[in-house]
Design a protein around this ligand. Sequence first.
Ligand code: MN
Length: 236
Amino acid sequence: MKPVIGISANYDYESSRHMLSDFYVASVRAAGGRAIILPSGEDNGLADEYLGICQGLMLSGGGDLDPALWGELPSPRLGEITPQRDSVEMALARRALAINLPLLGICRGCQVLAVAAGGSLYQDLAGDLCHMQKAPRNYPIHAIFIEPGTRLERILGQNRIKVNSFHHQAVKQPGKGFLVTARAADGTVEAIESPDHGFALGVQWHPECMDDEASKLIFKSLVAAATEVRANITGI
Ligand code: MN
């Protein structure tokens, strides 16, 4: 049986719409998983409800996180925030970590993982390297350098890949139990992972938009980890 991967959706207050790019859904399907979309909302037990039907979790990309979540005042350069999305995603990440459910955070999702684990973010990057590319979404704009001996290195089988980049925030402190496992040339955190969990990985780029083998390997690894969870639950 294919494992179910829940993917968190974005929310637009203006139009009252839950939204998710098909890139995420297509990537899960291509990797052999079943994708379901998880609407946002104030947590109030929502995260438990969702995780009860998933064997894996993917936190998708999107806007900024409310800096109140890591105890900072909002910078004038803070972008659009989505409080009800923050609420359910924080709960989803914390609950998934607590029950060791495989989870992958993408872009904003990587930042959610860090903050959920007690870490912090830069609200607005101000370095010399371009992290908000004006180029096609599948175009790899900058390299990342992967720490030896990490899960990410094992997944990719290499220490340097080129990735796309659509972020103006980034992880400052990765949070309790998480390690920084890849950086860009300017030192910006591009991946984090927890060695204490079966599969807990955050990537700052958007592999769902890339066409390369490295990106496919990331989704295959998530689905493989979720398949094991499913096998343990159902015995098949
Ligand atoms: Mn970047």
